[in-house]
Design a protein around this ligand. Structure first.
Ligand SMILES: O=C1O[C@H](COP(=O)(O)O)[C@@H](O)[C@H](O)[C@H]1O
Length: 814
């Protein structure tokens, strides 16, 4: 049957459309025109393919049409792939004549735009298969409105057409906002209709990574912690932010590059190949990508370095004079990413990207450990470092064996997959052509070695990324698109950095970084700039030291008669994590086991993430994890479940045996917290069975703004539990939240160590209130936390500056 695509490009005069999208749509149009004409010569009655194109934006139609004409004259180009120049030029005119612009100001404007498409559709033969592609090349702030206007005003059901929606980044500004946006989008469209682009996934070289891995099982067997020293994923640029300050200032390099492109590239190296390497493997791959993303540890500040090129603030102020540009937006970052799986544990994945660097180059480099030798087809080793001719097949003396995926740019013109000859000759899949002679061989230095010490191949397909994106949409493929799950998991990795970076002063570097201020070293699992930037660091240190002293001076060492540890939110989490680790080591040495109980809520998340960094420690095998409290929800499916969060941020990264994870039985026989089913009693029985003297070694509590702790709320009958009642169900919590299960005060007060973790300025008022409490009858009923007082143990408050001193801005000025 004939085919027709109705293209709706919103934002058709914008930067992305000007630079890439119109060219890509024109390429798709030409490809089909050429195919049609070739096919007609051979076989007369082949399918026809046609397009309608409408575009819209906020500009007045007159202005926009002139702009579009300019784009078609100057940016949309004919190339060899388009056949003869004269034919291509006339086809370009034909294509441009198809484009109609609509000014979109109100919802009704969509009606007019879609009606014109509809008229085109009605003129088509009745058996035509029609697709509609709605491409949103607009700021995310208008996504929602555009999509709901489109859904409300455009009805193509007559032709049985379903729209494919294409969305550019950024999709939200953190996990929470991305989640909200996704939920809204999924109310309007189904997951298969949503196409979230990541143009790096559409780059020709990137698309050969999985086929290359599949074709080389002997190398694949070496992609693990026994053989790989590190994986570098770099996207270096020489340009600055150019005219994008308005949006860039909201993003910075983490949102612009790390959360999407670099994270996606990382998954292509780290995922386990599907066992069934058939044509269907690409579908399986998506599941594998999700699996890796689940395994990546969330970032911490110790594993990220931030920089900003010196002219950034000045440029931004010039472009947006009225705005009060924050000077801390990072234009450079280096991150050490960890994937604590059996395969990748201990292998640093080093991700780097920045603007205004010394060169433009993007690549993935898998560097092998010293002493790794090839598995098959090995050539004799030689150390003739300078004698390239005689050591054609060998690596330089100091160079380590490596596989490089040179994605683009750099000194070498071609995208290349390069394999050190010492690793043996690879099998190139059909998508790669071996390179035996190119300008790569004229280089002296290619990733620290001589280019002749590698086997090289380049992708057969040379199309630019956006042409591939558009082709995939037209052909109904999904390789270049990121699913909702992938998107949300990837935000989770970067959320902690986004949380602190607005308050973290980046290192300032000059264009090209002539002073090499951005070079860094990895030490003890963290990153440090190698060179001291004396002027900046003195200023920073003085600033942070004075702030720290100011805070310390205002924060006493005890609170309500117990020891208090204070600091930034991060440092409090780190100190508490250290104390838990020390206690674990001491208890395990003494009695072979460590029992720790965690509360839920948001406060412990950073603590769990910090503890997850010690995933390699062997003591986890001896740890028993208990819950202080749980909501009566389905743990496996509901993110409000405390166990779900504990697993998400900690348990899945560390080697706690699953039988040591003591989940509160809030769900029994398919029912939630049904008292008849005796869940509380079952949990008490477990405690009695496993915990000697019912004394937990460490209990981490939180503090609610109303003074509650665990799920012991003010005035709850659960507060008067007798000494034999260790666990109980409680009535509803605040704001009609579900019933809960909780340890009782008698159980908590048997603990050996109790920590109360309190962070955030919203806890300031309750801390002040608690300090003023006089004691006496009824105080525990009013402030349940005051009922916690371990009889034979210690109690320590871990309170961050925001909570103790109030105010928003006390954190992390290091
Ligand atoms: O998505 C983006 O990528 C470009 C770099 O892409 P490339 O294809 O030119 O390597 C970057 O300049 C831009 O800031 C970012 O939004």
């Amino acid at each position: 049957a004939p085919q027709h695509t109705g293209i709706i490009l919103i934002g058709g005069t914008g930067d992305l459309a000007r630079k890439y999208l119109w060219q890509a749509f024109f390429n798709a149009y030409m490809k089909r025109e050429i195919q049609d004409s070739e096919q007609l010569d051979v076989e007369k009655q082949l399918d026809e393919y046609s397009f309608s194109v409408v575009t819209g934006g906020r500009s007045h139609a007159g202005v926009a049409t002139t702009r579009l004409k300019d784009i078609f004259d100057n940016n949309v180009k004919c190339s060899d792939a388009h056949g003869s120049l004269s034919v291509c030029t006339s086809k370009k005119g034909e294509f441009f004549d198809k484009v109609t612009y609509y000014q979109l100001q109100r919802a009704e404007d969509y009606t007019a735009m879609c009606a014109s498409l509809q008229q085109n559709f009605e003129r088509l033969p009745s058996d035509t298969k029609i697709d509609v592609v709605l491409y949103l090349s607009v700021p995310p702030s208008v996504f929602r409105q555009s999509l709901s206007d489109f859904s409300a005003q455009c009805d193509f059901s007559k032709q049985n057409v379903r729209a494919k929606v294409v969305l550019e980044k950024p999709q939200g500004h953190d996990h929470q906002s991305a989640l909200r946006l996704s939920e809204e989008l999924l109310q309007l469209f189904e997951e298969e209709q949503l196409h979230r682009t990541d143009h790096y996934l559409a780059k020709s070289l990137v698309r050969t990574i999985i086929p290359f891995r599949m074709a080389n099982p002997q190398l694949e067997r070496m992609l693990n912690r026994d053989h790989v020293d590190r994986v570098e994923i770099f996207l270096k640029e020489t340009v600055g932010v150019e005219e994008r300050h308005l949006s860039y200032n909201e993003m910075g390099v983490i949102r612009d590059i790390f959360q999407n492109h670099l994270t996606q590239l990382l998954t292509l190296v780290a995922l386990d190949l599907p066992a069934n390497q058939s044509a269907a493997a690409s579908a399986i791959e998506k599941a594998k990508v999700v699996r890796v993303l689940q395994q990546v540890l969330p970032q911490t500040s110790q594993r990220v370095l931030l920089g900003q090129y010196a002219a950034y603030t000045f440029e931004a102020d010039r472009e947006i004079p009225e705005s009060n540009i924050t000077s801390f937006v990072p234009t450079f970052a280096a991150a050490l990413v960890k994937i604590p799986t059996h395969r990748w544990r201990d292998v640093p994945f080093i991700l780097v990207s920045g603007k205004k660097l010394d060169q433009r180059s993007s690549y993935i480099r898998i560097v092998f450990k010293d002493g790794d030798v090839c598995v098959t087809n090995c050539h004799e080793q030689s150390h003739g470092k300078d004698d390239v001719k005689s050591s054609d097949h060998h690596r330089s003396k100091d160079a380590k064996a490596q596989i490089v995926f040179q994605i683009g740019h750099g000194a070498v013109k071609l995208p290349l997959v390069s394999v050190s000859k010492s690793l043996g000759e690879p099998d190139w899949p059909d998508s790669l052509d071996e390179v035996i002679d190119s300008d790569v061989f004229l280089q002296k230095n290619y990733h620290g070695d001589h280019p002749q010490h590698f086997y090289h191949a380049t992708p057969v397909e040379k199309g630019d990324a956006y042409t591939t994106v558009i082709e995939e949409i037209l052909q109904g493929k999904r390789e270049s698109f990121v699913s909702t799950r992938q998107l949300l998991l990837s935000w989770r990795v970067w959320d902690p950095v986004l949380e602190y970076s607005p308050r973290k002063r980046p290192r300032i570097y000059d264009a090209g970084d002539p002073a090499s201020l951005l070079n860094f070293v990895m030490r003890d699992g963290s990153l440090r700039f190698s060179a001291a930037d004396v002027a900046q660091e003195t200023e920073e240190l003085t600033f942070s030291a004075s702030l720290h002293h100011l805070h310390q001076a205002q924060t006493p060492a005890s609170f309500l008669g117990h020891r208090m540890v204070s600091g930034s939110r991060e440092s409090v989490a780190v100190q508490l994590a250290r104390e838990i680790e020390q206690a674990a080591e001491a208890e395990i040495a003494a009695k072979g086991v460590f029992h720790v109980a965690f509360s839920g809520g948001t406060s412990p998340i950073l603590l769990w993430q910090t503890l997850a960094q010690s995933f390699a420690s062997e003591y986890w095998a001896h740890v028993h994890v208990w819950q202080v409290d749980e909501r009566c929800v389905h743990a496996a499916a509901d993110s409000h479940s405390n166990l779900f969060q504990l697993d998400y941020h900690l348990l899945r990264f560390v080697a706690v045996p699953w039988v040591h994870v003591h989940a509160m039985p809030v769900e029994l026989a398919g029912r939630l917290c049904d008292s008849e089913l005796q869940g509380a009693r079952l949990y008490s029985d477990s405690l009695r069975r496993h915990v000697s003297n019912l004394q937990l070694d460490f209990v981490v509590l939180g503090l609610g703004a109303d003074g509650h702790t665990g799920s012991l709320f003010p005035k709850s009958p659960a507060l008067s539990a007798d000494s034999q009642t260790l666990v109980t169900l409680t009535d509803r919590g605040p704001k009609d939240t579900p019933f809960r299960m909780t340890l009782t005060l008698p159980m908590l007060n048997r603990a050996k160590r109790v920590a109360v973790l309190v962070t955030g300025s919203e806890k300031h008022a309750i801390l002040e209130e608690l300090e003023g409490v006089e004691g006496g009858m009824g105080v525990v009923d009013k402030y349940p936390i005051l009922g916690v007082n371990p009889a034979n143990g210690t109690m320590t408050w871990y309170v961050d500056y925001d909570a103790y001193l109030g105010g928003e801005d006390f954190d992390n000025k290091r």
